[in-house]
Design a protein around this ligand. Structure first.
Ligand code: ADP
Ligand code: MG
Ligand code: MG
Length: 321
């Protein structure tokens, strides 16, 4: 616990990430309830441990359907729906490729092209068969694997927000490492808002391009600098293009999504990553509830139409487009 002005910060390391909770009162019990909830949900969703509901589905691939809890079923159903959208770069069945690349884990390497081709055949979202009556999930082919890494944190951030809301909390922030969800704002800012730092790509942890201010919104950032490895001057980061089997490669360094629900932020960062700036802006024109901020390799900061947030540039080597 750390106190800074009237803000009390509680931290933990969960889901392989530093987790930070900010409250406006000293309440150890509340922080413990939040961290316990995160642990419980991680236990259902992770693919980084041998046992979870998701791993039970993966272990039964090509063999039999597995009945899961309603929240896990709903999450998988949503992930499948997004994966099936035409041209979508989001793919919940990306597991075999993620496992093979091991980006961000020990033993990462560039797989031979032949292997990538073979693994792509095991990443077909239409072969994730859902039965809402039975609440079961069946992966049609042996070797298929679901990976909810792109949405688990968003889902969990929303459940933390719900818990805090139920407890009557009006102003709070939860940061799950890349996924920030907020209630209200800091009571001493007027109007109450939270300032969320936008990290400088490949910079020191405290170096910021700027600060995003929101009130009661989620802010999710996915960047090529989050998890990657380098071989012979080539950088390989952790968001894969399901159509090629290689890391997504375009003009983007990061995508930030501002939305009510963090699950939407988590889904849209991956989707928009795949689309690139121009397509994303056209696509978002019809979805006012989802707003985005892009950082490009040539140091431009590009917004969809900011209404629900404000942005203050802090680093003059970046430029507002
Ligand atoms: P994090 O914030 O933990 O870095 P992201 O939300 O940025 O996670 O999503 C990246 C994770 O999503 C990867 O580590 C991997 O588990 C999974 N993933 C990678 N590529 C895709 C993809 N094309 N579709 C869905 N999930 C993906
Ligand atoms: Mg992320
Ligand atoms: Mg995501």
């Amino acid at each position: 616990m750390s106190a800074e002005g009237r803000v009390y910060g509680y931290s933990a390391v969960l889901m392989g990430s530093p987790i930070l909770l900010k409250l406006f009162e000293h309440n150890e019990g509340r922080a413990m309830r939040v961290f316990r909830l995160i642990k419980q949900l991680e236990t259902l969703l992770t693919v980084n441990r041998p046992h979870s509901e998701v791993m039970a589905i993966n272990h039964a691939a090509g063999d039999h359907p597995v009945v899961v809890s309603q929240p896990v079923f709903n999450l998988i159903a949503r992930a499948k729906e997004v994966s099936m959208m035409p041209g979508s770069c989001f793919n919940l069945a990306i597991g075999p490729l993620v496992k093979r690349w091991r980006i961000g884990f020990n033993g990462d390497s560039v797989p031979p092209a032949k292997e990538i081709l073979a693994l792509r055949a095991l990443t077909q979202p239409q072969q994730v068969i859902l039965d809402p009556q039975l609440r079961s999930v069946f992966l049609e082919k042996r070797g298929m694997e679901i990976d909810l890494g792109a949405i688990a944190k968003g889902y969990i951030a929303d459940r933390v927000r719900d818990l805090l809301r139920q407890e009557g909390v009006e102003n709070a922030l939860i940061n799950l490492g890349g996924n920030v969800q907020t209630l209200g704002g800091t009571p001493d800012s007027s109007p109450g808002s939270w300032g969320i730092g936008l990290k400088k790509p490949f910079g020191a942890p405290d170096e910021l391009i700027g600060v995003i201010n929101v009130t009661g919104k989620s802010v999710v950032t996915s960047g090529v600098y989050e998890r990657y490895f380098e071989i012979q001057g080539q950088r390989y980061h952790h968001i894969l293009d399901p159509h090629t089997g290689y890391p997504l490669d375009n003009e983007l360094l990061s995508v930030t999504v501002i939305s009510d629900d963090s699950i939407d932020g988590d889904i849209f960062t991956t989707l928009l990553y795949g689309m690139g700036v121009e397509k994303s802006l056209a696509y978002l024109a019809d979805i006012p509830a989802i707003e985005a901020l892009f950082v490009t390799r040539d140091r431009q900061v590009v917004f969809s139409s900011p209404r629900q947030f404000s942005f203050t540039l802090r680093d003059d080597s970046y430029h507002l487009a």
